[in-house]
Design a protein. Sequence first.
Length: 581
Amino acid sequence: MSIKILPQTVADKIAAGEVVERPASVVKELIENAIDAHATTIRVEISKGGKQRIKVADDGAGIPADDVPLAFRRHATSKLSTIEELFQVRTLGFRGEALASIAAVSQLTMTTRPADCTGGTQIRVEGGVQQSLSPVGAPAGTVITVDNLFFNVPARLKFLKADATETGHIFRIVSHYAMAYPEIRFALHSNGRQVFQTDGSGEMFDVLVSVWKLDTARQMVPVHAESDTGIAVDGYVGTPALHRGQRDQLIFFVNRRSIQDRSLAHAVAQAYHTFLPIGRHPVAVLNISLPPEEVDVNVHPTKAEVKFRQPGAVFSAVQRPVRAAVLADAPMVRAAKTVGNGSESGWQGNHAGEPFASLGSGARASRFGFEMQRTLPTDDPFPINDAENSLPPLRVVGQIQQMYIITEGPDGLYLIDQHAAHERILYEKMMAQHATAAVARQQLLSPELLELTPGQAAIVAAELAALNAVGFSLEPFGGTSYRLLAVPEILAKADPTAAFLDIVGEMAEGAVPLAKETHERIALIVCKRAAIKGGQTLSTEEMLALIRLLEQSQNPRTCPHGRPTMIHMSAYRLAREFGRH
Ligand code: ADP
Ligand code: MG
């Protein structure tokens, strides 16, 4: 084949592919432009996951009529003119590629007016070709509508995911920028319904509440620090009780640009060392401010990655304050530290409910949390016969650490984990109800309206039948809203909305074995939520009731996740430990 120069339209489409991968990339570039134009309000509307339409409206500087066609030329930018400036960039854009790229692969309309001009301008570009340019009356600012993205690149169109997935990507982009720019009012609407909105208060915390809801936001603590190397770190990190199955809630900005960086994710993860269960990830939203010449933002066409001149200094500037914040949250937790364990490891937070203690040597981690370390020697001449499942009658002696019940049986001491034991009891109850199709529900006095995030709504829609099968009663209420009419009886005492959202959160993390039937997996999560937590003082009557129910269980010795509910120390073992043998 002879060598030919590509026609401009083909070259443009190829170049566009570097910047515009999916609808969320368009949203990202348009939001960045609005921020660079000093907008105070940015409204994003999408339909069909952005595939059909993306509209971004801002009240920023606008573009003077004469410059409008120029803005769509490749390498046309108002933000940079010399190569030296590239290492001083203070704006989010600088490559002058976004508008040209987006217009090359869509049908785009832009209406814009600078505040000090009397009239505005409207331009229409289709597949990179200008269709019209005319004066119009318009409010100050810029509105860009991108219709039918990739209409002329069928190969790209094929790679787009379901609407819900693309909406999820867009939600992440808009919410991240809302976190980085809390002084700007953001709103996201999808298919005509509001997904979320921020109030421009200037407080990142308010944005976290809008985006993640109060329940999650109030488990986050602020971080403000400046290293002696002049690197400032600001934001919020989750307490150790707030952990996730995925790393996607480690959110970083560098000079308020949303970026991805493995090394920073690692710095934060390390700060939680010994505080999180293995395989779980913390939640953090952090902005790193440093002089622009200390960071190269031009290493990637989408500007999603950056290069630090001194990565080591950034790493420790981030890790130190995060570690301090995590430790500062620990006193509550230290009070409940495991007896005989002098190190930081081995505690359980009484606000967490679930053991998230670190691993002492010899302890085994499961992906659900922790199996308690069995410190007993293994040469017991009378070991527990695991095949013989039933429990002997047990006498309650007392409770320690608001977590374990000490009981005495015919052969020595039984130490019982109250949470694991209760989980076992509830799980068998739910499974028995399910088997006889007699699921016990608690009708709510007044139905609760749930406004779900797109991610939550996708899970609920997919698992609606299974959720109803375990005792919830949910009714779609348009868009991502649902009405909650009833909860499983074992959750009767919980705050229904909070419990439901927790459960959906756990479902999102896939924190239960996939091999199980869906309703069983959901039942496991419900039981975990409903079971008595560690950190709860129990009366003798309550302990007795729990032990009686445990005695009646089919598998009293393990919780439904497979962790032990009890540790047995035989009379022989006790005598030997005390040197009586
Ligand atoms: P870049 O942002 O890298 O400069 P773009 O292609 O994204 O390149 O935008 C080209 C130019 O169009 C910008 O430099 C800016 O002058 C102008 N522009 C784009 N979007 C807006 C907007 N929302 N408000 C004001 N000006 C804008
Ligand atoms: Mg731009």
